[in-house]
Design a protein around this ligand. Structure first.
Ligand SMILES: [Zn+2]
Length: 248
């Protein structure tokens, strides 16, 4: 691979249109649905967007009332809007692939993993950090890392991807989003990555400025199937949840 990013980095994450129309929410209630007949049940009901799916039971804390309080001028959030509006949440999905190459360090999630070979790339080829960055940028509808850090730019040769993750997190905040949660999966046959999982969580949480509790990392093999199974490369997938809490 000659560029800073793999071809998968260059996948066009075109901005998704948003349709503020009514959401058709289906209620789910296991006890009601079990053994359902042809008769309509609560599961068939639809509720318009912005209304609670189910009434709050007698005696339960009414958290929706607290969230419905409008945000005061100067407080975090969008002034005048409810302190929590689920329509201001955004999810993002990122994926990255890098091929193995001899004589390269193996860096995943900002952690140097002992192995006889590493991943190829113009930067440090941190496949997990790249997937997380693309998830964040996708959720903020801000393009992808290929756009932000062009592979043609020599400034990013051997770049530390954890530093790039810091930049992306800063950009996402500048656009008015808070990073609430990130989860990820790495598909690799070898080496065994689970002993390094917590170190990866800590490094990426620090780069994003969030709690380590809000960063998930899992590792799996592909049972020797595919390019990961043949130890030709590693894939990483990441999702994130952002909250749009201010207007940039
Ligand atoms: Zn990459």
């Amino acid at each position: 691979m000659s560029g800073f990013l793999s071809s998968s980095d260059l996948v066009n994450n075109s901005d998704r249109g948003e349709s503020p129309g009514q959401a058709q929410l289906t209620q789910s209630n296991g006890s009601v649905c079990e053994g359902a007949s042809n008769q309509p049940t609560q599961c068939d009901q639809t509720v318009p967007s912005g209304q609670p799916a189910q009434p709050i039971a007698e005696g339960s804390p009414d958290v929706s009332a607290r969230f419905a309080q409008p945000i005061a001028e100067g407080a975090p959030g969008i002034p005048g809007q409810p302190s929590f509006d689920p329509r201001n949440l955004r999810t993002g999905l990122g994926m990255d692939v890098h091929a193995f190459a001899p004589g390269r360090p193996l860096i995943i999630g900002g952690v140097r993993v002992p192995h006889y070979q590493g991943l190829d790339g113009h930067s440090d080829a941190d496949v997990l950090a790249h997937a997380v960055m693309d998830a964040l940028l996708s959720a903020a509808r801000a393009g992808d890392i290929g756009k932000l850090f062009p592979p043609s730019d020599p400034a990013f040769k051997n770049a530390d991807s954890i530093k790039l993750l810091e930049c992306v997190s800063e950009k996402v905040r500048e656009l008015g989003f808070e990073i609430l949660d990130v989860d990820s999966v790495i598909a690799a046959q070898e080496p065994k990555l689970s002993p390094h999982r917590d170190a990866m969580r800590e490094r990426m949480a620090e780069a994003m400025g969030i709690s380590v509790e809000n960063v998930g990392v899992k590792a799996t093999t592909t049972e020797r199937l595919g390019y990961e199974g043949r130890e030709e490369g590693i894939t990483a997938y990441a999702t994130c949840l952002l909250w749009r809490c201010s207007i940039e």
